[in-house]
Design a protein around this ligand. Structure first.
Ligand code: TA6
Length: 299
């Protein structure tokens, strides 16, 4: 972990500074002419993004934990090297270890247009090797402007290939999820995690949320648009290097079952996740790198 003075040296005075966040976890606070954002070193977790003159884009649970060994409930959890429960390893943490790791911040820059980019790294160590016996280097760039661009890179720095899943597990704020319509996945095939992992096909219309929804759309590279009439806005999620999209809302019962999520918060959020999971898990040869990117914009 970088020292406080090393972090100070990285700061962009008045625009991007480190401060104690929730639970006293250190976070980067960006307040530029274009946008506001918070990123925790814990999990390299983007917890807040708000373009100037617009409403906040990312949902954060009022019940989220902010603790060293716990995932943050909201914003953009980084999922790696497995998605969901780990096959044949019930003892392993759900959604992997990247979201609870302490990431290093490598650089902080501001370009001529006022876009602030923070670059984070996480490299395999004894803790990660104990969970997953491979050598990797993760690089994560967060570019904060009128749009939010998230670029997650996995490099195999070992001597043998490895297979992984990843996700930018983005939680969006909505006025009322029951009023939203998500387009871009019409007629696409998905695995329904609320119905015994059955394979189904999405109809010709945008996705409407009318019950617990947990759909893993495989082999899709399309852009998704979340239409939210209640907030008079559309959120666009454009992606590259990702073949899976997950759409999730816990609805009533699952919300009540989640300790770090308020029982009445489910109408206020929808996850549209940029992933490589299930049949789209990726195998990386030694020396190779894969990049998963999402560009989030609000109209
Ligand atoms: O991405 C959807 C999902 O895999 C759901 O199955 C649900 O479990 C959600 O992630 C949250 O997972 P978490 O481990 O953060 O409680």
């Amino acid at each position: 972990m970088k020292s406080a003075s090393a972090l100070r040296r990285l700061e962009i005075p008045g625009i991007a500074v480190f401060e104690p966040g929730e639970g006293d976890l250190p976070r980067l606070a960006v307040r530029s002419t274009l946008a506001e954002a918070h990123i925790y070193l814990h999990g390299a977790h983007v917890a807040h993004f708000q373009p100037r003159g617009k409403d906040s884009v990312l949902f954060m649970s009022q019940r989220s934990l902010f603790a060293a060994d716990k995932p943050i409930r909201g914003g953009v959890p980084l999922i790696f090297p497995w998605f969901g429960p780990r096959a044949n390893h019930p003892e392993s943490p759900a959604h992997g270890f990247a979201r609870t790791a302490e990431w290093q911040i490598e650089s902080l820059t501001e370009d001529g247009d006022g876009v602030v980019t923070a670059a984070f790294e996480l490299t395999a160590d004894d803790r990660t090797r104990a969970l997953w016996p491979f050598d990797f280097k993760l690089s994560y760039r967060v570019a904060i402007g009128r749009t939010l661009t998230l670029t997650f890179e996995v490099e195999n720095i070992g001597s043998e290939p490895f297979t992984f899943e990843d996700a930018l597990h983005t939680y969006f704020t909505v006025a009322d999820v029951r009023q939203t319509a998500t387009s871009g996945l019409e007629n696409a095939e998905y695995v329904d995690k609320t119905d015994k992992l059955q394979r189904k096909t999405q109809g010709p219309e945008p996705i409407r949320i009318t019950s617990e929804t947990d759909r893993v759309f495989e082999s899709t590279r399309t852009t998704c648009i979340l239409d939210d009439p209640g907030m008079h806005r559309k959120i666009t999620v454009e992606k590259s290097g990702s073949q899976t999209t997950v759409v999730w809302n816990p609805w009533i019962a699952k919300a009540a079952a989640l300790a770090d999520f308020g029982d009445d918060e489910w109408p206020k959020m929808l996850c549209i996740e940029t992933c490589n999971a299930g049949a789209n898990a990726l195998t990386l040869a030694p020396g190779k790198t894969h990049s998963t990117r999402a560009v989030i914009s609000v109209s």
